[in-house]
Design a protein around this ligand. Structure first.
Ligand SMILES: *Cc1c(COP(=O)(O)O)cnc(C)c1O
Length: 219
């Protein structure tokens, strides 16, 4: 099916409060423009250089989300324009984002990535590391970042109960810290759910889904 049709079908199926990030990694700008022309304004990429290239070539009223693992030394390339960084998983990375945001006179929104899967390969913080980060003086003093929520990726499995358990875990961690309102921490977003599991993620409380192959086709 054409990209525009895929996109509109998915959009129709999403509840009003759920934000759609169109994951366009590895796809050419011409594909992204089809989604753009169908009204999509939020795109997710997992490599900084690729996101910068696409940002340069595409209309400027697009919100670019970095959904991949971020290397500290590359933050500077996206700091002028990135709209949300999903994969923040260390204080060290947050320190660098804060520094580059300051240089650009911006406040950059971030999600903390939580480790919920049963796979060694996935990145993220556990519950204790999350608490440590949020209570550290280094974090509380940062003025150019804002934590707006949590992000997680479920195990790659067909076991719906397993996936549901992992999403529910993320939702409960979010609920536990939601009352913690400071200037640089205002939690509203739970980024969970991809092409294969977004309906389940929404049932479990997701407010932001990251969908790639169901819109743009396989990679
Ligand atoms: C690639 C990717 C997605 C989208 O995956 P699809 O299965 O193609 O929808 C979502 N989140 C992250 C972090 C990704 O890397």
């Amino acid at each position: 099916m054409p990209i525009a049709e895929n996109l509109l079908k998915i959009k129709e199926s999403l509840p009003e409060q759920v934000t759609l990030v169109a994951v366009s990694k590895t796809k050419p700008v011409s594909d992204l423009m089809q989604a753009y022309n169908a009204g999509q304004r939020i795109f997710g990429e997992n490599k900084i250089q690729e996101m910068v290239d696409k940002w340069e070539q595409m209309p400027k009223n697009i919100a670019w989300h970095m959904i991949g693992h971020v290397q500290t030394n590359k933050v500077k390339y996206m700091a002028p324009f990135v709209s949300l960084i999903h994969g923040v998983d260390s204080l060290k990375l947050l320190v660098e984002i804060n520094k580059q945001a300051l240089k650009n006179n911006r406040i950059i929104d971030c999600l903390l990535q939580i480790y919920i899967a049963e796979e060694e390969s996935k990145f993220g913080l556990d519950e204790q590391e999350l608490q440590q980060l949020l209570s550290s003086p280094t974090f509380t003093q940062m003025k150019n970042i804002k934590i707006v929520g949590l992000m997680g990726m479920a195990t790659f499995t067909n076991d719906q109960n397993q996936i549901k358990k992992e999403f529910t875990h993320l939702k409960s961690m979010f609920d536990n810290i939601q009352k913690l309102e400071t200037t640089n921490c205002q939690l509203s977003t739970i980024s969970m759910g991809m092409s294969g599991d977004y309906s389940l993620a929404i049932e479990c409380g997701s407010t932001m889904v990251r969908i790639g192959s169901s819109i743009f086709g396989g990679r």
